[in-house]
Design a protein around this ligand. Structure first.
Ligand code: FAD
Length: 334
């Protein structure tokens, strides 16, 4: 393999129902930074059907070029045709790095792409940088249960592939009116790569806001003591116009749903305000929320590690303080 033949940073654009997922814009933002260090450009690879309308926002969020693979067979995500199209794109265009969002789709397709093009993939990266000497991508991720951060390189194969969890990187400010070239590519014999027929797509109704989209999170941990006490958090969240999230201990105890979990094995969040109630601040929890703009911690143990990252700390019983806070805010806000 001649490494010099590989140029450019590619981002796999995840779209669902004609809407680009936020992580794709976040990765374009990060890819711009890497591409500047490498002296190259960012290409967004967009797969789907009738996705022309998505090219505009991709360009406005920083893509320098879009490779569009538009086919009826790609209308709904399926592992085999998507993996095939991405692998063919890599074989044809030879990028030096490919970034994929670590969503359910990205985690499914990413490793399959890397296996097909015989390269490595670093999953769940929290940091990406370019080594100024070798030009290799330095892919950093937590290892050994989050106790160390491992920086991984892929020096002998191309492309260098990484998945990155949503919310970890920042998207660039949208530059209205920015455009970029769009190139169409149709891999040969795509119809030979359909091995599943989708009969029906059944969606679960999402009544709650995704915690990754929430500007204000009221988060509960083991210190909330029971599922019933999570109502106290909901009442506070309602007054603030926020959403309830939680630690893994709360999920393990059956008090909250898994999709509300913040942290290394949950979601990474970056709200304007994060209120941690009865959460100790284990490293795996902090990994998912420490970049929040303002952190308020309520904990009865003044030595709890959560206070090290908190902007404001209240030492005391969350079961008493949360309702008092709710009442006080109701008076302020009404
Ligand atoms: P605890 O650590 O038990 O803390 C409870 C806190 O509540 C204590 O600080 C206590 O002082 C306080 N408290 C008790 N009663 C009250 C009260 N009445 N009022 C006020 N404060 C009170 N954890 C995550 O959260 N997210 C993850 O994604 C995650 N991933 C993990 C991945 C791995 C590989 C591993 C090994 C662990 C992971 N964990 C994760 C678990 C993590 O290590 C902690 O066990 C977990 O975060 C603890 O949750 P907690 O803070 O709610 O509970």
């Amino acid at each position: 393999m001649n490494l010099q033949d590989y140029k450019g940073v590619f981002v796999f654009v995840q779209q669902v129902d004609g809407k680009v997922t936020n992580v794709s814009y976040e990765l374009i933002g990060k890819a711009k930074e890497l591409a500047a260090d490498l002296g190259t450009e960012v290409t967004a690879v967009l797969l789907g059907h009738q996705v022309d309308g998505l090219c505009k926002p991709l360009a406005e969020y920083g893509a320098d070029r879009i490779i569009k693979i538009d086919d009826k067979l790609l209308e709904t995500y399926m592992t085999e045709p998507y993996a095939y199209c991405m692998a063919e794109t890599i074989k044809k265009y030879k990028p030096e790095a490919v970034l994929v969002g670590a969503t359910a789709i990205g985690r499914d397709v990413g490793p399959r792409i890397s296996a097909r093009v015989h390269t490595g993939l670093t999953a769940d990266c929290t940091g990406l940088a370019v080594d100024p000497e070798s030009g290799n991508l330095q892919m950093t991720r937590p290892a050994f249960g989050g106790n160390i951060m491992a920086t991984i390189i892929c020096p002998e194969h191309r492309p260098q592939m990484a998945t990155v969890r949503p919310g970890v990187m920042k998207k660039l400010p949208r530059e209205e009116g920015r455009t970029c070239p769009v190139e169409e590519f149709v891999p040969a014999d795509l119809d030979q790569h359909i091995n599943v027929e989708i009969l029906e797509v059944v969606k679960t109704a999402a009544a709650k806001m995704d915690i990754q989209d929430a500007k204000i999170l009221v988060s509960g941990g083991r210190g909330m003591c029971s599922a019933e006490n999570f109502h106290l958090l909901q009442e506070l969240a309602d007054v603030l116009g926020g959403t309830v999230s939680c630690s893994r201990a709360a999920v393990d105890a059956g008090w909250a749903e898994k999709d509300m979990q913040v942290g290394q094995t949950g979601k990474t969040v970056r709200p304007n305000l994060y209120i941690a109630c009865g959460i100790s601040g284990a490293i795996q929890h902090l990994a998912g929320m420490e970049d929040s703009d303002v952190i308020v911690a309520i904990n009865k143990d003044e030595t709890a590690p959560i206070f090290e990252v908190a902007d404001y700390g209240i030492v005391g019983d969350a079961l008493q303080i949360v309702p008092l806070l709710t009442e006080a805010l109701k008076r302020e806000i009404v």
